[in-house]
Design a protein around this ligand. Sequence first.
Ligand SMILES: N[C@@H](CCC(=O)N[C@@H](CS)C(=O)NCC(=O)O)C(=O)O
Length: 197
Amino acid sequence: MELICTLTSPYARRVRVLAHELGIKDQLKIQVVKPRESSDFLWTINPMGKVPTLRLDDGSSIYDSLTICDYLIATFSPEWGIKQQISYWDYRTRLSMLNEMSDAGTQARRLKNQDPPQQNAASFQFDKIHRGLTHIEDTWITLESDLSMTSIGLGCTFDWFLNRFPEIKWTVSYPGITSWFNEFKLRESMENSQIPS
Ligand SMILES: N[C@@H](CCC(=O)N[C@@H](CS)C(=O)NCC(=O)O)C(=O)O
């Protein structure tokens, strides 16, 4: 199977980290594309033209990172998922919020880069991210011990924020997440999937 992705996408990175953690990294061939410049190819396998997209050996495609992760867990390590289903809806809600936070970051970046920069609209998106991180800092008490899709998602999303918006002092505002992340980023799966500078 083949993962069509960019190496900078926080959505694709969570799939790469999960594959490493499940011990199936070598079964996942990585094909790097530029979504906006590979549209003919990408549109054929994913009408939305987004990465990550997983191509199975039978030629079918699975997309949206969370669906790809669900597929990998169900196919290669169903027991890994069962542990998380103790509070299944809480788990899904956390993943949805992480997705929304990454989406807000993408929007904020686009708005800031417009000419002239759309500062108010960008601030609206940054506020969403800050509310999400404050919520995580205040309520995710399982952070330290947990290896799950939510911790993988948070690790990839937080690192992407650190990389893309270095002018924001994330580590000062979110000391709990930061101290958790400083441990989490040392995992082999995280070190092997670092965002290229
Ligand atoms: N909800 C999707 C989001 C994927 C996404 O937005 N990927 C970006 C790259 S980080 C992309 O493909 N953008 C191209 C586009 O929007 O056309 C997922 O979780 O996979």
